[in-house]
Every structure is written in structure tokens, then in C-alpha cells.
Design a protein around this ligand. Structure first.
Ligand code: ADP
Ligand code: MG
Length: 269
């Protein structure tokens, strides 16, 4: 069991998705500046950073919802910068569940699979598989509004996985849930990676959550975001939420990033 604290340039994983020199702008405003990011096959990578530093913006680019101003996105050795939305299939989990309230759980997932081009003959088995994994199988014919917040988010994760994504994008998926519910689902996500390790880019502002779930963490600066630090967590799964090593790493990281995330620290320089 080893944990490496490394500099941003030291990730030597075989990238299947590479972002190089990505900058993202809104008009005159730069939201993300010159980011390099490599996601390995089957890797769970977290991005942590303060509010407004450009985390969601980065996910929008990978989902093809926004074009980068500069830089290159390479997917399986092909330059997909111009049409990443078409070349990379993503399953997106947002902070809010974004289920259609007037459609059943089944229908919500079917609509996503239809858009992704999953053959109709596979819909039932995909729904069965992912609702079972997320432990909401019995709610397949329920309306989303009848479910608890945690159940809705489970369905939302099942929907993201059911489209057979090349990459799962998760944007603070547990920050709208109470701590106990959020932790239960995180523990299940960790267990699920033992059998199915879809590459995942996970955004959070919870350092503990990132440490618990990730193979690697990128710590971003205040906006416009650059990568401050990269941490590889080579802990076997399943992991324990209270693992003393994770607790210690959390303490160290909180102390370290506080100096660069806190606006007050900057004005004192
Ligand atoms: P994060 O997800 O890290 O909190 P965002 O990616 O949402 O940050 O936003 C990064 C920066 O870009 C912020 O300064 C935000 O105000 C700005 N921004 C986000 N969306 C837009 C938009 N549609 N138009 C203009 N500025 C935006
Ligand atoms: Mg955001």
C-alpha cells in the first residue's frame, strides 16, 4: 500500500484521454488557463478546487457543451478537439438529479439510452443491471418525485452508466445530499469499481470524498484554474471511509490548500 504525493507533471499513466494546454473563456473572461489533464484507462480522477475556479466549465468542454479557446483533446490517439461531443460518449451526473418528473425511472433511463444510440434490445438488461447495482431496482416504474433525494441521485448515476459511456462526468453529485446518504452512496461507488471501472472525472470540493474515491486527484488553484498539485492514491479497494491514512492525508491537504484557496491569504502576500 503506497501513497505518492507528486508534482503535476509526473503522471505516467497510459492516457486514453489527454487534455493539453486547455484554456476556456467566457467572452473576455478566462475561466480555465492552460490545463493539462490525462485520464488513464479505468481511472477515477477527481478535481478539487474552490468555487468558481472552473471545474464545471471543464466538464462542459468534455461533454461537448462548450469549445475550448486553446488546447487539444486527444481520445485514443485521435484529435477530437473540434467534435468531442460526438467522439466521446459521456454519462453526466449533476449535483441535482435532472430526471424528467413526468417520466418514470425506466423511461428516464430509456430516453438517455435512445439518445446515446444503445440498441433497444439492450435497454431492459442495462436498466436491470444498473438499477440493481445502485440498489433502486424496485423503483423502476416509480415517478422520480416519489423517491428520496438519495434514491434520485442513485437513479441519476444508473442513467449515466447505462449509456455505456467512454467517460463518466460527475459534478458534485453528493453535495445536495445529507452526509449519511452521501457517504453510503460513495461507499457503494467504491465497491462498484471492483467489478466495473468506467473512467470517471469527478468534481468535488470535499477533500475527503476525493481521497476516498480516487485513483488520482488534481488540486486546482482559484480561478482561472491551473493545476497546483497532483496526488496518486494507490490504496486497494474496497476502501474504508475512516482509513487513518486518508484522514491524515486530508489533514495535510487541507492545511496545504487553505493557503492558496483562501482569498485572505493572497491579499496578505
Ligand atoms: P466551478 O464549477 O469551479 O465552481 P464554474 O466552472 O462554474 O466554476 O465557473 C468558472 C468561472 O466561469 C466563474 O468565474 C464563473 O462565474 C464563470 N462562468 C461560468 N459559467 C459562465 C457563463 N455561462 N458565462 C460567463 N461566465 C461564466
Ligand atoms: Mg461547479
Amino acid at each position: 500500500m503506497t501513497v505518492h504525493l507528486e508534482s503535476p507533471t509526473s503522471a505516467e499513466q497510459m492516457g486514453f484521454l489527454d487534455l493539453e494546454g486547455i484554456s476556456i473563456t467566457y467572452g473576455d473572461k478566462t475561466a480555465v488557463r492552460d490545463i493539462d489533464l490525462r485520464i488513464g484507462e479505468n481511472e477515477f480522477v477527481s478535481i478539487i478546487g474552490p468555487s468558481g475556479c472552473g471545474k464545471s466549465t471543464l466538464l462542459h468542454v468534455l461533454a461537448g457543451l462548450k469549445s475550448p479557446a486553446t488546447g487539444q483533446i486527444t481520445y485514443r490517439a485521435n484529435d477530437v478537439t473540434a467534435d468531442v461531443g460526438k467522439r466521446l460518449r459521456t454519462g453526466y451526473v449533476f449535483q441535482d438529479h435532472r430526471l424528467l418528473p413526468w417520466r418514470t425511472v425506466r423511461r428516464n433511463i430509456e430516453i438517455a439510452m435512445h439518445s446515446a444510440g444503445i440498441p433497444k434490445t439492450e435497454w431492459d438488461s442495462q436498466i436491470e443491471r444498473y438499477l440493481s447495482l445502485l440498489q433502486v431496482r424496485e423503483h423502476v416504474d416509480t415517478w422520480p418525485m416519489k423517491l428520496s433525494g438519495g434514491q434520485r441521485q442513485r437513479v441519476s448515476i444508473a442513467r449515466a452508466l447505462a449509456v455505456r459511456p467512454d467517460l463518466v462526468l460527475m459534478d458534485e453529485p453528493f453535495s445536495g445530499l445529507d452526509e449519511v446518504t452521501g457517504r453510503t452512496i460513495r461507499v457503494e461507488l467504491d465497491r462498484m469499481r471492483l467489478t466495473s471501472a468506467t473512467p470517471t472525472l469527478f468534481v468535488t470540493h470535499s477533500i475527503r470524498e476525493a481521497l476516498f474515491l480516487s485513483d488520482r486527484i488534481l488540486v486546482l488553484s482559484r480561478g482561472p484554474a491551473t493545476v497546483l498539485k497532483e496526488i496518486t492514491i494507490d490504496l486497494p479497494r474496497p476502501r474504508a471511509y475512516g482509513d487513518p491514512l486518508l484522514v491524515r492525508l486530508e489533514e495535510e491537504l487541507v492545511t496545504e490548500v487553505l493557503e492558496v484557496w483562501e482569498p485572505a491569504a493572497e491579499t496578505q502576500q
